[in-house]
Design a protein. Structure first.
Length: 211
């Protein structure tokens, strides 16, 4: 019969407890790393989402500022206000100072808006008497315009289209609408808000035509 040496059992027990402690420590470390990594990823996602929404909101507000100036300075005469014509979502005559050299007031312009296939909102401005525009007459206002819808209000009714040059339409001929409704959905330049689970910045604004 073999008799264990004195202290051998206690030494084995100490080794066993040390191994268990290491395994517990490793498991705790793994949990902590996972929690920290998850928190970091969540924080990064929230930061990217916030930055993207701020950028898209600024773009939308910049567009609205320009459109507001254009629409509010539409004169009573001459009347030109047409939607969905010659590749433009909207074209009208305005006395805006935006895009006029030195911002000189009193210059009538023909202004148009349209969205490209690349989701770029473009603004065209030419002298009111001209009918042809070129690339030099066009400014890109914003990238990421995924929705640009317009409606027109007059005499208690909303219209999806407007044509002040159509003599067969007595409600619109030689008339401006009273109010323009603008609906926009805008994403950031990097397209983060187009990813699954994200939403573009949505803006709706009512603008009184001619102030």
């Amino acid at each position: 019969m073999t008799t264990p040496l004195p202290g051998a059992v206690n030494a084995a027990n100490r080794r066993a407890f040390t191994l268990i402690e290491m395994m517990v420590a490793i498991a705790l470390a793994a949990i902590i790393v996972t929690v920290v990594a998850t928190a970091f990823a969540t924080g990064t996602r929230i930061q990217k989402q916030s930055s993207a929404k701020i950028e898209a909101s600024r773009s939308a507000n910049a567009v609205l500022d320009i459109l507001l100036e254009d629409i509010r300075t539409i004169p009573a005469q001459p009347v030109l206000f047409i939607s969905d014509t010659e590749g433009l979502d909207l074209v009208f005559t305005t006395m805006t100072t935006f895009g006029v050299p030195d911002g000189v007031p009193g210059t009538a312009l023909k202004v148009g808006y349209y969205v490209t296939e690349a989701n770029e909102l473009m603004r065209v401005s030419i002298p009111a008497g001209d009918s042809i525009y070129t690339a030099d007459d066009t400014d890109k206002l914003v990238y990421g315009m995924t929705q640009f819808e317009l409606r027109y209000y007059s005499q208690g009714q909303w219209y999806d289209n407007w044509d002040s040059t159509d003599p067969s339409n007595s409600l619109q001929f030689q008339r401006h609408p009273d109010v323009l409704e603008v609906r926009m959905r805008v994403v950031d330049y990097d397209g983060y808000l187009e990813r699954p689970g994200q939403n573009p910045v949505a803006v709706t604004r009512l603008i009184r035509v001619g102030g």
